[in-house]
Design a protein. Structure first.
Length: 244
């Protein structure tokens, strides 16, 4: 008896497993975003004339002749973070434990939007960089600079809140190590960022280390986000469909 061959997929129809491959690519964006961003600003800070990475903020690297490199760094990291948010949503909404599956990706997406805004809208000079500028301007020099501060603030709130959301998720799953790490990351980010903001406001005791505090905050935030993306990626690969 002759058996009929299985029907061929319609032209343009998605192949089996294509959804999983797309999700993994989106998660990989989150794995590479943080290391790429951190390496880029560390390298720039090490070679830029008159720039003191202990004192000056990362955003100041977008000023002067080679500022386009940091502008691109912001935008690329933002786009990769948005891709990660989409991948997270795809994975978490298929999980038996749905807690955090909505607000987690939304908050990570807000972090991505903030990075893009930081690239599009250039900051004002602060703490004496570029050379010859005052330590603190009395008012914004442009709408761009005002929008830089206004639009980046939500992102600096969104990332530690996302860490708390996932800390609660991990606690509900009884993954105490992940829960503690997420909670500590949120606390470390907030403390370091508050110190950085105070330093950039020219607090005499902290101003010389404003750049260091901000780098600590940003590195803690990216470390948490990178490890979360990697964990979701590895779990998705093992399960093929669902993440616990």
């Amino acid at each position: 008896m002759r058996t009929s061959a299985p029907p061929s997929p319609a032209p343009g129809a998605p192949q089996a497993g294509s959804g999983n491959r797309t999700t993994r690519r989106l998660l990989w964006c989150g794995v590479v975003a943080g290391p790429l961003f951190v390496v880029a600003f560390l390298a720039q800070g090490a070679v830029r004339d008159h720039y003191d990475w202990l004192r000056h903020p990362v955003s100041s690297l977008a000023l002067e002749e080679w500022g386009w490199i940091q502008t691109a760094n912001f935008i690329v990291a933002g786009v990769l973070s948005l891709a990660l948010a989409v991948g997270m949503r795809r994975v978490l909404k298929a999980s038996p434990q749905r807690r955090g599956s909505l607000w987690g990706p939304i908050l990570v997406g807000a972090w991505g939007v903030m990075l893009i805004c930081a690239g599009v809208f250039t900051t004002d000079p602060v703490s004496g960089y570029p050379l010859g500028t005052p330590d603190l301007l009395a008012e914004y020099t442009s709408v761009h600079a005002a929008l830089h501060d206004l639009l980046t603030l939500p992102g600096f709130v969104a990332l530690p809140v996302a860490s708390v959301v996932f800390a609660v998720r991990f606690a509900r799953l009884r993954e105490l190590g992940q829960a503690v790490w997420s909670g500590l990351a949120a606390a470390g980010f907030v403390v370091a960022q508050v110190l950085a903001t105070t330093a950039f406001a020219q607090n005499a005791a902290l101003v010389a280390y404003g750049g260091l505090f901000q780098r600590l905050a940003v590195t803690i935030g990216w470390a948490w986000l990178t490890l979360l993306a990697l964990r979701l990626l590895l779990a998705e690969r093992r399960s093929g469909v669902r993440v616990p």
